[in-house]
Design a protein around this ligand. Structure first.
Ligand code: HEC
Ligand SMILES: [Cu+2]
Length: 456
């Protein structure tokens, strides 16, 4: 006798035999059991279900509540459904169900029950949302997150330094976020252009970066954590390279963090000496009061030549050791086919510094203490201490830096940084880069890269 006989129209009959049903049930059970294997977090490098921060603990507890109530409702509803199917199945052709209309008690019941369950879900949800989007305790570490198409700027307003020219500069970095273990971090989320979304699954988020509006987010890397790296990414579609807008978060000990901060605040390893301050003319003590002053010299003072000077290389305060980068965090993006760089060229950092200072680079980048002081692109003051380039998609090494400067737009679709290699085709403008467009020869690129790699 068929177990279940759903009838589709007059002619089509689907018969499921008990044995078939049993095997489907066993397979489904097996699949569920396998899927449930593995503990929360461990082995799932982008899982949010762990207790690495109070944010994720709150989210996990919320998830557990939802899962509990969802399972409860599922079992109840399916139980009643299956019971009804069996208990009231049609036994013969003459078996007509009794028709009823309206049942006040039932209707009140099935309105109130879901309302009660929704309350159990809504109250903790709303509480968690309000708690995690508030500003953190006042003495928290302040981090300003600025989203750009398509990279992340991280500013630490509590840490500042005075540049050789007397300007106060904030510690600013790109795509590498350092957080001390055990200290609450308060994120101020803003965007320079379109909407982005900030998410470090292992630690917290996600929360949107909204134009003309500041969002907040806070969490504390748990003291049970050891120095390690976590992945972060943009989670709100923001254009051509949305998928290439990633970052690394390094949770480090407070001592390591302080070492990192001190180092990042230090001067760039290679600096173009600032123009010497004008020496005041010695006071003319012999001049009688009221005597006419000498006319100012009409020949302009010669513009001081500012050679690149190597500032004594500072010991690296602290940088996350790249050989400890977990596999899930090391960039694996392949370089574009058709873009290559001859490997028999050696760069010269000194020449590179000069070349950098007279190339388009300074129109978009900052190297503290040099004439490069533009906030459009990532700050390059300590670029050599960063783990990756181009928002986490390539390792920060000579090979990738050379290809990047040669043709950034081939390396990452849509970027603002122009294609700069002589003879290269700019995929956005379609133009071939010429000398007059500021094109750089392979030698010049290799020199600039040697300079960038010296910017520790
Ligand atoms: C029109 C502005 C512009 C110019 C000119 C420019 N860049 Fe960039 N650069 C950018 C932007 C924007 C990015 C970030 C791209 C991204 O990751 O999406 C960038 C990224 C970089 C990076 C990777 C930094 C990181 O942390 O990921 C390096 C290195 C770099 N530029 C070097 C140079 C050099 C050297 C020059 C000159 C030869 C130059 N740039 C010229 C805008 C510019
Ligand atoms: Cu984005």
């Amino acid at each position: 006798m068929p177990f279940i006989t759903p009838v589709f129209g007059e002619r089509m009959q689907l018969k499921i035999r008990p044995r078939q049903l049993a095997s489907v049930a066993i397979l489904t059970g097996l699949a569920l059991a396998i899927a449930a294997c593995g503990s929360y977090g461990k082995g799932y490098p982008n899982s949010t279900f762990n207790n690495t921060t109070e944010f994720n603990t709150a989210v996990k507890s919320l998830w557990d509540k939802l899962l509990f109530w969802g399972t409860f409702v599922f079992i109840l509803v399916e139980g009643i459904l299956v019971y009804t199917i069996f208990r009231f199945r049609r036994r013969s052709d003459a078996d007509e169900p009794q028709h009823v209309h309206g049942n006040t008690a039932l209707e009140i019941g099935w309105t109130i029950a879901p309302a009660v369950i929704l309350t159990f879900i809504a109250i903790p949800t709303v509480r968690t949302i309000f708690r995690t989007q508030a500003r953190a305790v006042p003495n928290a570490l302040q981090v300003e997150v600025v989203g750009h198409q398509w990279w992340w700027e991280f500013r630490y307003p509590q840490y500042t330094t005075r540049t050789p020219t007397g300007r106060v500069d904030t510690l600013v970095t790109a795509n590498d976020l350092y957080l001390p273990i055990g200290r609450t971090a308060n994120f101020t989320l803003r965007t320079k252009d379109v909407l982005h979304s900030f998410w470090i699954p292992q630690l917290g988020g996600k929360r949107d970066l909204i134009s003309n509006h500041t969002n907040y987010l806070w969490f504390t890397p748990d003291t049970s954590l050891r120095t390690t790296a976590f992945n972060g990414s943009c989670n709100e579609y923001c254009g051509a390279s949305h998928a290439n807008m990633r970052f690394r978060t390094f949770v480090v000990t407070p001592t390591e963090f302080d070492g990192w901060v001190q180092h990042q605040l230090g001067p760039a390893a290679f600096a173009v000496a600032p123009p010497a301050p004008p020496t005041p003319a010695p006071a003319d003590t012999t001049r009688a009061a009221g005597a006419p002053t000498r006319p100012a010299s009409t020949t302009p003072a010669p513009v001081p030549v500012t050679p690149a000077v190597a500032v004594a290389p500072q010991p690296i305060g602290y940088t996350f050791p790249m050989d400890s980068l977990p596999n899930y965090s090391s960039p694996k993006t392949p370089t574009p086919a058709g873009l290559s760089f001859p490997d028999n060229i050696t760069g010269d950092a000194q020449r590179g510094a000069q070349q950098f200072a007279r190339s388009a680079c300074i129109g978009c980048h900052t190297v503290r203490g040099t004439i490069a002081a533009s906030p459009i692109g990532p700050n390059l003051t300590h670029i050599a201490t960063r783990s990756t380039i181009a928002a986490g998609i390539y390792p920060n090494d000579a090979k990738h830096l050379r290809l990047w400067i040669k043709n950034a737009r081939m390396m990452k679709p849509g970027v603002a940084m122009p294609t700069l290699g002589l003879g290269q085709r700019d995929p956005i403008t379609g133009a071939t880069v010429s000398q007059s467009l500021g094109g750089l020869s392979d030698q010049q690129i290799a020199d600039i890269v040697a300079y960038l790699q010296a910017l520790r």
